[in-house]
Design a protein around this ligand. Structure first.
Ligand code: DAT
Ligand code: MG
Length: 140
């Protein structure tokens, strides 16, 4: 299995409730290494560009407004099969469908305010990491 990197975001509902450490513990317990991390407040424009793939979906406006509402923690997670492993640790998009022990099951408030983002494929992981981090900021 290849060592991969994936882009993770701890969303405003989680930073607001002081859950960054608890969420990071879930990643580390699953063998994912945090190789870059920063806390940022996204503008609506920055959040909108990040989620551009969803721009025609009915929830897009709400999603962008939420992501720009309060600070987020953006991070790069590294490990074997990191993209799929992170999605596993996150749990299903809708917390009502998330497995026990996952971040979204334990912490998410709703489908929209679901505590974490994780890249969904190698190509998007590469693009999303480059959106937030320069090569110099990635310390493996
Ligand atoms: P994921 O974050 O699990 O990759 P996604 O890429 O389909 O899910 O959607 C991106 C985010 O948009 C998701 O984390 C929360 C929000 N979202 C998705 N579907 C939604 C819906 N039906 N109603 C409200 N928000 C939604
Ligand atoms: Mg997605």
């Amino acid at each position: 299995m290849a060592i991969e990197r994936t882009l993770s975001i701890i969303k405003p509902d989680a930073t607001r409730r002081n859950l960054t450490g608890k969420i990071n513990a879930k990643f580390e317990d699953a063998g994912l290494r945090i190789v870059a991390q920063k806390r940022v407040k996204l503008s609506a424009e920055q959040a909108g560009k990040f989620y551009e793939v969803h721009k025609d979906r009915p929830f897009y406006g709400e999603l962008v407004e939420f992501m720009a509402s309060e600070p987020v923690v953006v991070q790069v997670l590294e490990g074997e099969n990191a993209i799929a492993k992170n999605r596993e640790v996150m749990g299903a998009t809708n917390p009502a469908n998330a497995d026990a022990g996952t971040i979204r099951k334990e912490f998410a408030i709703s489908m929209g305010e679901n505590s974490v983002h994780g890249s969904d494929a190698p190509e998007t992981a590469k693009e999303e990491i480059a959106y937030f981090f320069s090569g110099l900021e990635l310390v493996g």
